[in-house]
Design a protein around this ligand. Structure first.
Ligand SMILES: Nc1ncnc2c1ncn2[C@@H]1O[C@H](COP(=O)(O)OP(=O)(O)OP(=O)(O)O)[C@@H](O)[C@H]1O
Length: 910
C-alpha cells in the first residue's frame, strides 16, 4: 500500500511549522542513511530521503512547504512502518526512526532506534543474518566477530593473514560489516570487503574498537570472568572486534544486545580452510552461475526446519579437522541411516516445530508476541516426543544422537512449557494492547476483572431475550458498534412498543436504536473493565516475557539441539537414498576412494564411478584426457568426497578412506571475476599464487588447467614450475587436470607424480567417452570431436582434422590461403611454435614427442636453421639465455616472477 497525502493536516497533528527543520536537524545528528520521523499517525520522510524512499519503494512524493521552500515528502502510516523499514534495510539502508512523545506543551521527537541490515529483527529469510566487525592491529593480526541478533549466535576469532580474514568473511557472508579504524583507512581492504561480500559497509565510531572500551563492553555483557574462562586476551583484536560489534548492536537501541547470550570463540584452524574461491568453485551453496539449485547444499538438504537448513549449510562451509569430532558426527549420521522409522518420525515431529533460536532472541529483546510464545510452547512440546523417539530406538539411544538430545536442559524446558501451556489462550489477538491474552487462573486480579466482565456480558446477553418477552416485540436486537456503543434496536413497525425508559439514539431506514440508563451503566462498566484488562494483560505479558528472557540461553540451546537433529537426520536420509558409504576418517595422510561419484552430477546422470588413490609415492596426480571426458568432474568429486567426509557425512563411493586435510584449495575457472576488471589470466595467476603460498603438506589441491590463459609455452612453463614447486616444497596432495600432455613426462622425473587419464574409445572416427579413470597418461584431446559436437560448421571441423593429421604426420603444417591468391608459403613449426619461411621443410626439426625437456632448450628464432646447424654454429647470446633458463631458481620464484623472467628471455631471443 502506498500512501500519499497532501498536507500534514490530514495526519492529525496541528502544529507543523518547522517540521522539515526539525527533520533536517535530527537527520544531521544521525549517521543513518535515512530518517523516518513520526508526525501524528504517520512516519514521514522529507527532502532527499523522501525521494530515495519513493524510488526504492515506489511511493509517490508530495510536496511540503516550509519557510517559503518546498520539500519532497513521503510517508507511511504508523501501523505500516515495519514492512517498509524491512524493505529499506534489506536494500542495504540504515534507517533511523524518530518517535513522537506527548509533552506538557505539545510534542517532542527523538531518534529512538536505528534499524540496519545487521540488526534487523523482522527478518523472514531463513539464512543466518550476520553482522561482522573486522579489526587489524599494528602487528597485522586480524580480529573478527560475527553476531546474528536473530539467533543470538556470536562467533569470535583471530587470524594472522588477510587472506584468512577474507575467507572467514566469505564463510559467514555477513549482511553488514563494521571495519575497524585501520581497515577502514585502507581503500584496498574496503574494496575487498565490498567485492567479497554483499554486505553494507558501516563505519562505526572508532572509539568502540579501542581495546579498553571493547574489553569493558564484553565484560559488561558476559561478566568479568567470561573472557578469562574462554581464554580470550583482553584488548586483543578479537576482543576489539567483538566489543565494537556489541557496541553497535546496543547503539541501534532495539535492546537486541540482550539476545546475545553466549560468546563462542573459535580458532580458524579448527576447520578445514576453504577460501572464498574454493567455496565458489566447489559450488557448495550456489553454483558458479549463482543459482542455489544445483549446489551441493541444495542436493543434500532434506531438513524440515529453517534452523536445520542453516546449520547444515554452516557445516558444509566449515568442515572439521578433528577426527574425534568428525567420527562423533558420523556416528550420529550412521545411527540415523539405520533407524529409518525413528528418523521419519523425528523429521515429522520436527516439521511441526518453529525456529526456537530466533524465537528465543525475540523473547530476549522483548519483541515476541503471544503467537510467538505459542510457537515456543508447541516447539517445546515436541521435545519429549523427540527424546522418546531417540530413547526408544536402540540404534539411536546409544549413539551421539542421545547426547545431543540430553544436552537440552529438559527440566527447565519442561517448566517453561507448562508455564506457557497454563498462561496463553489458544487463539490470542495479534496485538498485545487489547487484552485477551491470558487464560483464567494465571493471575488473581485478572481473574476478578474477567469475572466482572463476564457478569456484565451475561446481563447484556440476557437482555435481548428478556426484553423481547417483556415487551412482546419480535424484531428486537441488542448489539454494539463503535459509534453508538451498546444499543437496543427495534424494527420500525414495532418501535412504538418501546417503553418509556428507552431513549432513542438513532433512526435507521427500517429500525430505531435505543439505549437505557442501565445499559449505559453496564456499558461503562464493560469499557472500564476492558481498559483495565488490556493494561493489566499488557503488563503481565511484559513481565512474563521478561521472565522467559532469563532462560533465553536455554531456549537457544534447545533450538540448536533441534537444528542438529534435523541436519543429522537429513544427512542420514541422503546417505540411505543415494547409497552412500561411511568413510573411514583417519589422521594420516592417505586418500583412497573406491568407485567414487560426484554428489551432484550423480543426481541427474548415469554416473560412471571412479577411483582416486593417493599414497606414499603417489601424491600428485596429473589427469589427462579428452575434452569433455570428465576431468573436472573427477577433480571436484574427489574434493567434495573429502569435504563431505570431514563434515561427518557419508560419501558417494563404494568405500573411502580419508586422511583428513587442513585445507582444500582449488583453481578452476574464473567466471565472474571478469566483471571486476581482472583479466582471466591475472585471476588464474592470483589463484595459483594463493595456493602456492597457503597450501601445506596436509592440504588437498585441485588444479583444473593452469596456464591455459596465456601463450602455450608460457602456460606450460608455469604449469611445469608450479608442479615442481607443489611436489617438492608444498607436498600437498594434488590433482592437476591438463591438456598439456608434456606435463605427463614429469612422472618420470618426480617421485610422487603419477599419471592417470580419462579413457575414451575411438572407432571409425567416432569417439565414445568412457568416463573411466585409468592409470597412465594419454596424448589425445579429441578437441575437434567436441567442436563437431558443439556445432562448429563442417568445413571448419574438416579442415581442423586435416590440419591435425598433417601436424601429427609432419609436425608442421602449411598455412592455407584464401584461394584467391597463391598458397601462402609459410610453415608452422611445432617445435618453435612459429611460422617459418617457405622451403624450410628440411629444416623442420621438432621432435614429434615434443619432449618438454627439449622444448626448454629449443631455439625459437623463426629464421633459425635445423638443430644440426645450431649445434654446429652455437650462438653465444642464445647459449647465455639457455643457461639463464637452466639456472632459473624456480623454487624461489612466484609464478608471476617465472612468467616475467620467461618473457624477458623471449624478448632477448627476438
Ligand atoms: N564419471 C562420469 N559419469 C557420467 N558422466 C560424467 C562423468 N564425468 C563427467 N561426466 C559428464 O561429462 C561432461 C563433461 O565433464 P567435464 O566437464 O568434467 O569434462 P572435462 O574433461 O573437464 O572437459 P574439458 O577438458 O573440456 O574442460 C559433464 O556433463 C559431466 O556431467
Amino acid at each position: 500500500m502506498y500512501v500519499t497525502i497532501d498536507g500534514p493536516a490530514n495526519r492529525g497533528v496541528g502544529a507543523v511549522t518547522g517540521i522539515v527543520d526539525e527533520f533536517l536537524s535530527l537527520k544531521a545528528d544521525t549517521e543513518a542513511d535515512l530518517l523516518a520521523m513520526q508526525v501524528g499517525d504517520f512516519y514521514e520522510f522529507f527532502d532527499e530521503d523522501a525521494e530515495t524512499v519513493a524510488d526504492e519503494l515506489d511511493l509517490q512524493v508530495s510536496t511540503k512547504s516550509s519557510h517559503g521552500s518546498s520539500y519532497p515528502m513521503a510517508g507511511v502510516p504508523v501501523s505500516e512502518l515495519t514492512p517498509y523499514l524491512k524493505a529499506l534495510v534489506e536494500r542495504g539502508y540504515r534507517v533511523a526512526v524518530a518517535d513522537q512523545h506527548e509533552t506538557d506543551d505539545g510534542h517532542e521527537r527523538e531518534v529512538t532506534r536505528v534499524v540496519t541490515p545487521g540488526t534487523l529483527l523482522e527478518t523472514t529469510d531463513a539464512s543466518a543474518q550476520y553482522l561482522a566487525a573486522v579489526v587489524r592491529d599494528d602487528e597485522s593480526a586480524w580480529g573478527l566477530a560475527f553476531v546474528d541478533v536473530t539467533t543470538g549466535r556470536f562467533h569470535v576469532t583471530q587470524v594472522a593473514a588477510s587472506a584468512d580474514a577474507y575467507t572467514e568473511l566469505y564463510r559467514f557472508d555477513p549482511v553488514e560489516v563494521l571495519p575497524g579504524p585501520s581497515v577502514r583507512d585502507e581503500d584496498e581492504a574496503v574494496a575487498t570487503l565490498r567485492s567479497r561480500t554483499d554486505a553494507t559497509v558501516t563505519p562505526h565510531e572508532a572509539n568502540a574498537f579501542a581495546p579498553g572500551a571493547a574489553t569493558h563492553r564484553l565484560k559488561e555483557q558476559f561478566g568479568e570472568e567470561a573472557l578469562h574462562s574462554l581464554g580470550i586476551e583482553p584488548g586483543s583484536p578479537a576482543v576489539r572486534a567483538a566489543g565494537a560489534a556489541l557496541d553497535y548492536v546496543a547503539e541501534t537501541g532495539l535492546g537486541v544486545a540482550r539476545s546475545v547470550t553466549r560468546l563462542q570463540p573459535y580458532r580458524a584452524d579448527d576447520h578445514v580452510e576453504l577460501d572464498a574461491t574454493t567455496q565458489r568453485n566447489l559450488e557448495l551453496t550456489e553454483t558458479m552461475q549463482g543459482d542455489r539449485s544445483g549446489s551441493l547444499f541444495a542436493t543434500l538438504d532434506h531438513t524440515v526446519t529453517s534452523a536445520g537448513g542453516r546449520l547444515l549449510r554452516e557445516w558444509l562451509q566449515r568442515p572439521r579437522r578433528s577426527v574425534e569430532e568428525i567420527e562423533s558426527r558420523q556416528e550420529a549420521v550412521a545411527a540415523f541411516t539405520q533407524a529409518a522409522l525413528a528418523r521419519d518420525a523425528i523429521s515429522d515431529t520436527l516439521s511441526n516445530t518453529y525456529d526456537l533460536e530466533r524465537l528465543a532472541s525475540k523473547i530476549a529483546h522483548g519483541s515476541a508476541d503471544a503467537h510467538d510464545l505459542l510457537a515456543v510452547r508447541d516447539t517445546l512440546e515436541a521435545i519429549p516426543t523427540l527424546a522418546d523417539a531417540v530413547e526408544s530406538t536402540p540404534g539411536l539411544a546409544d549413539s551421539p544422537v542421545a547426547d545431543i538430545v540430553n544436552r537440552a536442559d529438559r527440566e527447565t524446558l519442561g517448566e517453561v512449557r507448562e508455564e506457557l501451556a497454563d498462561a496463553i489462550v489458544a487463539d490470542p489477538p495479534k496485538t498485545l494492547t487489547q487484552g485477551g491474552l491470558f487464560q483464567r487462573g494465571y493471575d488473581d486480579d485478572l481473574d476478578d476483572l474477567i469475572a466482572g466482565y463476564e457478569e456484565a456480558m451475561e446481563w447484556i446477553e440476557a437482555l435481548e431475550p428478556g426484553e423481547k418477552s417483556r415487551l412482546g416485540v419480535t424484531h428486537l436486537q441488542v448489539d454494539r458498534n463503535k459509534t453508538d456503543g451498546y444499543y437496543i434496536q427495534i424494527g420500525k413497525s414495532e418501535a412504538e412498543k418501546a417503553p418509556e425508559e428507552y431513549r432513542e439514539i438513532k433512526t435507521l431506514k427500517n429500525s430505531k436504536r435505543f439505549t437505557t440508563d442501565e445499559l449505559d451503566e453496564r456499558e461503562r462498566r464493560i469499557l472500564r473493565i476492558e481498559d483495565e484488562r488490556a493494561d493489566l494483560e499488557y503488563d503481565l505479558f511484559e513481565e512474563f516475557r521478561d521472565r522467559l528472557a532469563d532462560v533465553a540461553d536455554v531456549l537457544q540451546a534447545a533450538g540448536r539441539t533441534l537444528a542438529e537433529l534435523d541436519a543429522l537426520a537429513s544427512l542420514g536420509l541422503h546417505a540411505v537414498e543415494n547409497d552412500w558409504t561411511r568413510p573411514t576418517v583417519t589422521g594420516g595422510d592417505g586418500l583412497d576412494v573406491e568407485a567414487g561419484r560426484h554428489p551432484v552430477v550423480e543426481q541427474t546422470t548415469e554416473f560412471v564411478p571412479n577411483d582416486a588413490r593417493f599414497e606414499s609415492g603417489r601424491r600428485f596426480l596429473i589427469v589427462t584426457g579428452p575434452n569433455m571426458s570428465g576431468k573436472s568432474t573427477f577433480l571436484r568429486q574427489t574434493a567434495l568426497i573429502v569435504l563431505l567426509a570431514q563434515i561427518g557425512s557419508y560419501v558417494p563411493a563404494r568405500s573411502a578412506r580419508i586422511g583428513t586435510v587442513d585445507g582444500i584449495f582449488t583453481r578452476v575457472g574464473a567466471l565472474d571475476e571478469l566483471a571486476q576488471g581482472r583479466s582471466t589470466f591475472m585471476v588464474e595467476m592470483q589463484e595459483l599464487s594463493n595456493i602456492l603460498h597457503s597450501a601445506s603438506e596436509d592440504s588437498l589441491v585441485i588444479l583444473d588447467e593452469v596456464g591455459r590463459g596465456t601463450a602455450t609455452y608460457d602456460g606450460i612453463s608455469i604449469a611445469w614450475a608450479a608442479t615442481e614447486y607443489l611436489h617438492n616444497e608444498v607436498r600437498a596432495k594434488t590433482l592437476f587436470a591438463t591438456h598439456y600432455h608434456e606435463l605427463t613426462r614429469l612422472a618420470d622425473h618426480l617421485d610422487d607424480v603419477a599419471n592417470v587419464h580419462i579413457a575414451a574409445d575411438e572407432r571409425d572416427g567416432d569417439v565414445t567417452f568412457l568416463r573411466t579413470v585409468r592409470e597412465g597418461p594419454t596424448d589425445r584431446s579429441y578437441g575437434i570431436h567436441v567442436a563437431d559436437l558443439a556445432g562448429v560448421p563442417d568445413p571448419v571441423v574438416d579442415r581442423a582434422s586435416n590440419v591435425l593429421d598433417t601436424l601429427r604426420a609432419d609436425n608442421a603444417i602449411e598455412a592455407k590461403g584464401s584461394g584467391r591468391t597463391e598458397p601462402v608459403q609459410a610453415v608452422f613449426d611445432l617445435g618453435s611454435g612459429e611460422f617459418t619461411a617457405n622451403g624450410a621443410g628440411d629444416d623442420r626439426g621438432a621432435d614429434s614427442d615434443r619432449d618438454p625437456d627439449r622444448e626448454a632448450d629449443s631455439d625459437r628464432d623463426p629464421d633459425r636453421g635445423a638443430d644440426s646447424d645450431r649445434e654446429a654454429n652455437p650462438d653465444p647470446d642464445r647459449e647465455a639465455i639457455v643457461e639463464d633458463l637452466a639456472d632459473l631458481p624456480l623454487n624461489e620464484l612466484t609464478p608471476i616472477e617465472v612468467l616475467s623472467r620467461v618473457q624477458d628471455m623471449q624478448e632477448r631471443l627476438q
